[in-house]
Design a protein around this ligand. Structure first.
Ligand code: DSN
Length: 419
C-alpha cells in the first residue's frame, strides 16, 4: 500500500495510539480550563483537509503563488463571516495564534520603543501585554494598571491616572484571567483624553461578544485581536478586527511584516467556526456558559471557597485558595487525579511564584459544550470543594469523585462518533 493512502493506524500506530488515548482523556474527564473547548466535527474535518497543501502568501486577488483560486474564496468567506459576526469594518483571518495577532497589532500601531499601558499579568493580563519576559516587554516601553485593592475589579480611575502619568501611545484592554465585564467605552474615553490608540484583546470572551452577551469592543476600539478556540469554539488560531482606517496597516503587519504563508486549512476552519457562531444555537450556548459560570461560582462559594472579586460576570472565575492552605498547583494536581482538569492561576497580589500560585481558574465553556447545565454545575462544584478540602488526607475521596466524574462524562458524551 502506498505511503499516500495508508490510514494513520497503518502508517504510524504509535501516533495513532497517543491520539486515541488523548480522545479517551477528553471523553473521560471534566475540562474546566476556560481557554479550552471542544471543536466541532466540521471544524476538525477542515483542519485535516487538502487545504493544508498550499502556499498562499499575500491576500485574496494578490497572491505570490499560482493556483490560489479556492484559497481566495475561502479567505474571503472567512473574512466576510468574521466582519458580519463582529460587525467590523475589516478582518484579517491569517494570524496563526493570539500572540502573533497581538504582535501584528503592535507592529501596525507602534514603533519599537513606544509606550504601552496594559493590565498586569498578575492581575489577569497576558504575557503579550508587555510582560518583561515577552517580546512585548522587550520591544516596547510597557507600563501597567492593576485591579482595585478593595474590589479586585478594574478601577478606571487608576487606569486614567496611569494613562495621564505615562502618556502611552497604545492602551491595551482585555485579559486572560478576569471574571468581570470590561467597559470598553471607559477605556476609549481614557485613551482619547491622552491621545492614545486602543487595542482590545478579546481572546477569552470572543464567543460572548459574538453572541451579544458581553459589551461590544468593535465600535469602540481601533483594533481588536482574538483567538478562535476559547469561548468561540473554533480551530486553534486567531484573527484581527479593525476599523477601515487601520485595515492596510494591519494587513501589512501580518503579511509580509510577521508571517509568510497562512495556514489555509486553519483559515478554512475559521470560516466554519464563524458560521457556527452566527447561529441562534450558538447564542444560546454562550448564555448557558454564563449561567453555568454563575451556578458554579455560587456553589463553590457555598462550599466555602473564596472567589476573587466575589463572583463572575463571564465564563470563568478565579478561586483564591489561601484560606484553605493549599496552593494552586496542589489543588489542580489533586483535581486532575479525580478527573477534573483546571489550571493553576495567580491571583492579584499572589505571594507565590507562577509555577505554584495561590489560585485556580475554573471556567464553563467546555462543560457547556457537553450539554451540562446548572444541576451538573452544582454536582461539579461540590466535587471540586470535596477534593480541595479532603483530597490530600483521604485517597478514598479522590477515588469516589473519580468514579462520579466518569458517570457524569458518560451521561454527557463528547466525540462519540470518533473511533
Ligand atoms: N493560555 C491562554 C489562557 O489560558 O488564557 C492565554 O494565552
Amino acid at each position: 500500500m502506498s505511503i499516500m493512502t495508508r490510514t494513520l493506524a497503518q502508517a504510524d500506530p504509535e501516533v495513532a495510539e497517543i491520539i486515541h488515548n488523548e480522545l479517551e482523556r477528553q471523553q473521560d474527564t471534566l475540562m474546566l480550563i476556560p481557554s479550552e473547548n471542544y471543536a466541532s466535527r466540521a471544524t476538525m474535518a477542515v483542519t485535516g483537509s487538502v487545504m493544508t497543501n498550499k502556499y498562499t502568501e499575500g491576500y485574496p486577488g494578490k497572491r505570490y503563488y499560482n493556483g490560489c483560486m479556492y484559497y481566495d474564496e475561502i479567505e474571503n468567506l472567512a473574512r466576510d463571516r468574521a466582519k458580519a459576526l463582529f460587525r467590523a469594518d475589516h478582518a484579517n483571518v491569517q494570524p496563526h495564534t493570539g500572540s502573533t495577532a497581538n504582535m501584528a497589532a503592535y507592529f501596525a500601531m507602534l514603533e519599537p520603543g513606544d509606550t504601552i499601558l496594559a493590565m498586569k499579568l498578575e492581575h489577569g493580563g497576558h504575557l503579550t501585554h508587555g510582560h518583561a519576559v515577552n517580546f512585548s516587554g522587550k520591544l516596547y516601553d510597557a507600563h501597567f494598571y492593576g485591579l482595585s485593592e478593595e474590589t479586585d475589579q478594574l478601577d478606571y480611575d487608576q487606569v486614567r491616572e496611569r494613562a495621564h502619568e505615562v502618556k502611552p501611545k497604545l492602551i491595551v484592554c482585555g485579559a486572560s484571567a478576569y471574571p468581570r465585564v470590561i467597559d470598553f467605552r471607559q477605556f476609549r474615553e481614557i485613551a482619547d483624553e491622552v491621545g492614545a490608540l486602543l487595542l482590545a484583546d478579546i481572546a477569552h470572551i470572543a464567543g460572548l461578544v459574538a453572541a451579544g452577551a458581553h459589551p461590544d469592543p468593535v465600535p469602540t476600539c481601533h483594533v481588536v485581536t482574538s483567538t478562535t478556540h476559547k469561548t468561540l469554539r473554533g480551530p486553534r488560531s486567531a484573527f484581527i478586527l479593525s476599523t477601515d482606517e487601520w485595515a492596510r496597516e494591519i494587513d501589512r503587519a501580518v503579511f509580509p511584516g510577521l508571517q509568510g504563508g497562512a495556514l489555509m486549512h486553519v483559515v478554512a476552519a475559521k470560516a466554519v467556526a464563524f458560521k457556527e457562531a452566527q447561529s441562534l444555537f450558538f447564542r444560546e450556548y454562550q448564555r448557558q456558559i454564563m449561567r453555568n459560570a454563575q451556578a458554579l461560582a455560587g456553589v463553590l462559594q457555598e462550599e466555602g471557597l473564596k472567589l476573587v472579586s466575589g463572583g463572575t460576570d463571564n465564563h470563568l472565575m478565579l478561586v483564591d485558595l489561601r484560606n484553605l492552605e493549599i496552593t494552586g498547583r496542589q489543588a489542580a494536581d489533586l483535581l486532575e487525579e479525580a478527573g477534573i482538569v483546571v489550571n493553576k492561576n495567580a491571583i492579584p497580589g499572589d505571594p507565590l511564584p507562577p509555577n505554584e500560585t495561590s489560585g485556580i481558574r475554573p471556567g464553563t465553556p467546555g462543560l457547556t459544550t457537553r450539554g451540562m447545565q446548572e444541576p451538573e454545575m452544582d454536582q461539579i462544584g461540590k466535587m471540586m470543594a470535596r477534593v480541595i478540602r479532603q483530597g490530600r488526607e483521604d485517597d478514598t475521596v479522590l477515588a469516589e469523585v473519580r468514579s462520579q466524574v466518569r458517570e457524569l462524562c458518560e451521561a454527557f458524551p463528547i466525540y462519540e462518533y470518533l473511533p
